[in-house]
Design a protein around this ligand. Sequence first.
Ligand code: X95
Ligand code: ZN
Length: 628
Amino acid sequence: MGKILVLVLALLGHWGAATDPEIEDEELRARDFLQYLNRKDEEGNNRLALAEWAYASNITDHNLQNKLAVSAELAKERKKDWEEVIKFNWHTFSDPDLKRQFKKYSKLGSDALPEDKLKRLEKIISEMQKIYSTAKICDFHNSSKCDLSLEPHLTEILAKSRNVDELKHVWVEWRNAVGPHCKVLFEEYVDLSNEAAKLNNFTNNAENWLDNYEDPQFRSQIESLWEQLKPLYLQIHAYVRFKLREKYGEAVTEKGPIPAHLLGNMWAQRWRAVSEFALPYPEKKDDDITSELKKQNYTAMKIFQTAEDFFKSINLTEMPEIFWEKSILTKPNDREIVCHASAWDFFDRKDFRIKQCTEITLEHFITAHHEMGHIEYFIQYKNQPVPFRQGANSGFHEAVGDLIALSVQSRKHLRKIGLLKSEKDDPENVLNSLFQIGLDKIVFLPFGYLMDLWRWDVFEGKITPEEYNCRWWELREKYQGVEPPVNRSEGDFDPAAKYHIVASVPYIRYFVSFVIQFQFHKTVCEKAGQYDPNDPSKPLHECDIYQNTEAGNALKKMLQLGSSKPWHEAMEVLTGHKTMDASAILEYFKPLQKWLENENQKNGAFIGWEKSTKVCVKNQKEENPKSK
Ligand code: X95
Ligand code: ZN
């Protein structure tokens, strides 16, 4: 008797777990279906990436047509598969992995659009990218020389020229070349993107983009981070305006926003170029790294090999042979390509590439690490199911390369690889270096925020086409405290001057990255014994994790997750914390903030900015007729 009873209980116990055989059976079928879907997605993503690469690396109508055709064909297949996906009762699945994959597959994205509208949307984005990537302007000194492109020519002039008229010319002409042509395309892009979002049960494309962060509190978290970081930004802004005024005189007002064309960068998103003449201790200026790179005959190849060497040194992965074969690391001279640097995953677990029109400058040296960080992430999660081959959130993907670049930019490391000659690390030299890194990292924050503040409002209909440009400049003044060199109007469309706007690449990911990369830096530096919160001889900004495999292995564990877990859990795997936190970046720049506060006080520098005197004219027809 006892035996039978035991057997019966065991059976009951078993079935008891499954409660209902129906679900058990459905999850089995779902698992099979996912196998099929994953294999199909790998092949489809590979075909699409190859077609997109062909267009981005050779901008011709043929390559555009081919890209659109491949995308249309893929969308048709994906829509059919999606109809199968939603038949499953995946919300009730008990296996969290299975459930998460179905959740991701249940979002069709822009493929949900009718074929003709999808084709139109992709054609518009490709067209805007083409306008941006092929735009040329005439030289300020020689109006018959009209072959200047953004990379490398305009980038170099904005960083190097000290002629305010030439800087104004380049700033205005670039915007004349891309803005008006893109404006009408952009309006249609907004409508079609919102239509696609609605087909995915989002209210608009802003909600669609924000879904990536899996947190209804995300926007308020970003706002709170900005409030914590703003005081530091105001300090560096005040100091730079003071120094620019010393250099350029009345072109820079004492208390107004800073004219955007004087800040060394087409979008005033990083001001490192002004450290040429605005350094805390100019008498302690170290050799310029760009000249060192050139003096040491660095090539694009050597820049990328140096980056790869760092990743390998911490036990991450070397670039596969195909990377060196298929990447484009210098600007070709026989065709038009999209020069804006990017990293590519071809979803076959083997083919990973970078396309970068590399110049031998510090900016490109850092960008190479940024792009290779993307490749490392692709490689670490390559064995995940396709829906999980993404960053934990998009900010994580942007943070990997920059995290490594924080170690690379340390004086300790630059000396180690022979790019910093001076043996001295006295406080003035160290502060100069911290200031220069701050001109990249602190300065970037308001720009990283306002880019999608503007686009979220556009997608939500709070900013209409009639006010695109003037609302853009309102945000540029409110958050960055910069103003245009000349008056603007709604006949201009200055957002299109930035690649991510014409290429439909979300941007809040970079703001997230610039905060979390310092949280990651703090963790890996602690693991490498390079930083100790209680040891003033090991400050965060002097950390270099080079050759430390413990740090690398800790990072690798997080990267291998891809997007298989919510990003809070992925962050916890590395840092032990689950939230974005500004304390790490504030700690990193604490010495600089103290110095700036003191220096600004000594100089009597005005903190903040008054309203701009530049105007943004609404279109004439907008004005009330009586005022004619
Ligand atoms: C990136 O994130 C982007 C490409 C399809 C999808 C195509 C996504 C984004 C993309 C393209 O890799 N000289 N490019 C230009 C360098 C461009 C590098 O946009 C990017 C990068 O320009 O706003 C160093 C330099 C560290 C730049 C964050 C923002 N980068 C930008 C940025 C950096 C950055 C910056 N960190
Ligand atoms: Zn990136």
